[in-house]
Design a protein around this ligand. Sequence first.
Ligand code: F6R
Length: 650
Amino acid sequence: MNDPEISGTDRSGLSESEQLERIKTTVYPDAESGSVAVAGRIAGLIRDKSGRGKTTVLGLATGSSPIGVYEELCRLHREEGLSFADVVTFNLDEYYPMNPDELQSYVRFMREHLFDHIDIPVENIHIPDGRLERAEVYSYCREYERRITAAGGLDLQLLGIGRTGHIGFNEPGSTRDSRTRMITLDRLTRMDAAADFFGESNVPRRAITMGVGTILQAREIILLAWGEAKAAVIQKAVEGPVSEAVTASFLQEHPSADCVLDAAAASELTRNRRPWLVTQCEWSDRLTRRATVWLSQTVDKPVLKLTDADYTEHGAGDLVTEQGPAYTINIKIFNELQHTISGWPGGKPDADDTNRPERALPYPKRVLILAPEPAADVIGMGGTIRRLVEQGHEVHVAYLTSGGKLVSDPEARRFVDFIRGIGSLVEDEDEVTRGFALQAIRDLDEKRPGVVDSEAVRRIKGLIRQGEARAAVRLCGIDDSRIRFLELPFYDTGRSRNNPLSDEDFDPLVALFDALKPQQVFAPGDLHNPGSTRRMSFEAIETAKGRVKDPSWLSECSFWLYPEGWREWDLDEIEMAVPVSPDELDRKSEAIYQHQSQKSPTPSDAVGKSEFWQRAGAVNRALARRYDQCGLAEYEGIEVFRRWRPVGGL
Ligand code: F6R
């Protein structure tokens, strides 16, 4: 049966819980297994067509999403004889302007991740050329289209999705019929690319991209999305209206498009987020809480005022049948929410802790706050850090990486000039300082924007962030001797991509755990893209936890996860909510403000946008409002935490 709104897509195979999904979605437990499955499909297509003496025409994407697919294709070539001799490829896009040798060029990306490792003939590879003169672009794009057609059209198009909902670089506003062309990149896209270019100001403002119409002409389309950061836009693309505002939604009109997701990227789909709206549910405590809080927000009533009719009219009738009447559910959820709130994040000494999120004893506690990079700690839990200190706990902070990749060259240059100045002040005594500064200046002067940093420059950038981190946590009352910079080597690659984790990353963490034997640990808990610094930091911490010498302290320690400020957690995810007063929120902003290297690169970039020190406060206020709307106490802001669960086990 075809839905008239989504002509062309056969939805007959959809299960009850997938009924709102207008693009076929396949969810894998993790990116690794999803990537292997997709590579298997591509290999099957190539083998089938080659077996029939035909060429396979692939449309390819760059970015972090397809890397696992390319790795597996390379392995299939190396170990299982998969040949690409009969494959022709067309890449989606390239930045403009862009030289193919640059670190961020998609030509270079494709060579490093795929083409240099397989037997594809060079003449079969097509990637938009970022070196053209402006006047040449139009005819070049028409020629690109002509070549796709001449090759027989795309058999399969691989896509990622940007947070703006773009496919290729078809930013919001791109029409369904758009063809290969030059496009201006959205601000959010440029922000997401900032790490690759060592600063937003270095990200090109334009790109050449296949159009939506070009993509939709592929016979088969696979869109890949991994990690929580993609969850919201995937929900819009898959379940929202077809719209130029989210160009991936046009895939709803394609007869053979498939979204391949990991569990985190699928987490906002109705079947996962609000399953009671589409199917019969097993009402776990958590799901009951989610439904009740959602209902209270949807009908705009405090939890204690929800009625049986509210539940039944909003798809949760069977919850009332199972656990009702409404008032019984309401009071249970109200109490649960109430018990998440605590002004004593380290536990309240001499108090009954039966219904408190953190146990009272031992008091004071040795607390360890782990941050993937400077600023994550104060953004996620700046108010709570202060409280822990004020309430007498011994608070330590450890930064896993320097975060230096997010410092711009002009910022580094300012500091190097300063160091040189110091060097000349103490000329005789400290030739070494001067020499180092001069080297860094030479490196920076010779460096073109967006090129890999020298060792000296990396050191400087790391130091800049260390200084900011110290200034920030000092404001929270933490002594310098309790701040550690672990500088895990997976991060220090000189390029935006990280290296795989190794023992050298785990060892410093294990040593820290063994030395400190903390009684309470806070770590960042949002699941980002595989390979991202935050995700890898989390994985490193998990592995290190399993390797400690004397694990006896682990059972005495409570492990908490804090959010990283960019997403408001749902109330059912929250297991500890720490109120933050107006003054505390001001002081938190002041602490975040110390991370000056993270401000917008130019005043015009800052126009109309809340700056980094303002965003965290806005999230804390929004969370407080949600507690308030549910009928709980009205606080200025709330910082939230959940208990640690393994990766993927949200
Ligand atoms: C890349 C491309 C983009 C990316 C998208 C997601 O060729 O066309 O649409 O697929 O920006 O990027 P990642 O995978 O890095 O999250």
